[in-house]
Design a protein around this ligand. Structure first.
Ligand SMILES: Nc1ncnc2c1ncn2[C@@H]1O[C@H](COP(=O)(O)OP(=O)(O)O)[C@@H](O)[C@H]1O
Ligand SMILES: [Mg+2]
Length: 332
């Protein structure tokens, strides 16, 4: 590759959209009687994505995943995995996909390793070295000979991920892998996701808790009542509107606000009622120019940061699960 880092960066973000599509749904729909569990869903997951599939309980995540795995038939629309229509090419596609849908089916009286061996024999044999490898990857190497009955829920989930990884899949689909885990279990699961990402795996991971996946996902889709609300990056989700949060000596606050409001860039300045911080745009949109302006006017800030939106709040608003906001935002 030639060129400087700064020259190549923007290119990467546009190029990646033309990479290999690993999972694609088109107008995917599943109806149960009157209820549209999945409603006209268009999604594209690209190779190397750690794709967060988010939405509150009942949004249609598991139904979508079941269709993607060929476990149930769409009412209409299509789902392609690794370039092939799932319903028509199950036998070709499914061996290249690893999946953990809800809780894994495990033999509790057997050891973790023997559970892996049992699945390996169904797969037609997997080298013992591969078992060692996946056990190590999911952090169960030291506990592989213990009966699964003695495992924590988090360990069982990670064993489920190990099973999904046995055949070295091109796509790993995990349906709420952190569901029901305690905080330590969630941290372990998140570390595991990071290791998978570092391996270059494409991971499709569903969750009803946005903060669970925020640090690991390259892209997220948000689903509410069967419909796609948005498909974007976490950065985009929390991006504010180019405003800054300025903390000032409380005694200066009103004077500073009045002065800023007189500036062409500061007419929408206001004070946050909760934090008592000054919220304002900046000259040319530059925080450093805002800082300079305030310093020169005699109001040196104690702090100045770009404003971001609270991620959980964004999620609640988008999915309409916040009782204060009520409705799901419709997209046309
Ligand atoms: N087999 C089924 N029969 C009838 N309704 C179903 C069935 N499976 C799911 N649903 C309904 O479809 C909607 C989406 O469910 P699901 O995909 O499980 O949501 P999520 O996984 O996001 O919690 C829910 O309203 C659920 O009750
Ligand atoms: Mg579900």
């Amino acid at each position: 590759m030639t060129g400087t880092l700064s020259a190549t960066r923007p290119q990467q973000s546009t190029n990646r959209r033309s990479g290999n599509v690993v999972l694609q749904t088109q107008a995917l729909t599943k109806r149960y009687g009157e209820r549209l569990a999945v409603n006209n869903l268009d999604l594209a997951v690209y190779q190397g994505d750690i794709f967060g599939f988010l939405g509150p309980n009942g949004a249609g995540k598991t139904t979508t995943i079941r269709m993607a795995l060929g476990l149930i038939t769409p009412t209409s629309g299509s789902v392609e995995v690794l370039g092939q229509e799932v319903q028509q090419h199950r036998a070709a596609v499914l061996p290249r996909v690893g999946a953990l849908v809800e809780t894994p089916a495990l033999y509790l009286y057997m050891s973790g390793r023997d559970n892996l061996r049992a699945v390996a024999s169904v797969l037609g044999g997997v080298p013992e070295a591969r078992l060692d490898y996946v056990l190590d990857l999911v952090g169960l190497a030291g506990r592989d000979k213990d009966r699964v009955r003695t495992y924590s829920l988090g360990m069982k989930q990670r064993l489920g991920v190990a099973i999904a990884l046995l055949n070295d899949p091109d796509l790993l689909v995990l349906d709420e892998p952190a569901n029901g885990l305690d905080p330590a279990g969630i941290v372990e699961m998140r570390d595991l996701m990071r290791r998978l990402a570092a391996e270059g795996k494409t991971v499709f991971i569903s969750s009803h808790v946005l903060t669970e996946v925020r640090q690991i996902c390259t892209r997220v889709a948000i689903l509410a009542q069967g419909k796609l609300v948005t498909e974007t990056t976490i950065d985009e989700l929390v991006k504010g509107h180019g405003e800054f949060v300025v903390t000032l000596e409380p005694a200066y606050l009103n004077e500073a606000l009045a002065l800023v409001r007189q500036q062409p860039w500061g007419t929408r300045a206001r004070v946050d009622a909760v934090t008592n911080a000054l919220i304002t745009s900046a000259p040319q949109g530059h925080g450093r120019d805002l800082n300079l302006f305030l310093v020169q006017a005699g109001f040196a800030p104690d702090g100045l940061t770009p404003q971001t939106q609270d991620l959980e709040q964004v999620f609640l608003q988008l999915t309409g699960t916040d009782p204060k906001n009520g409705k799901v935002e419709k997209q046309s």
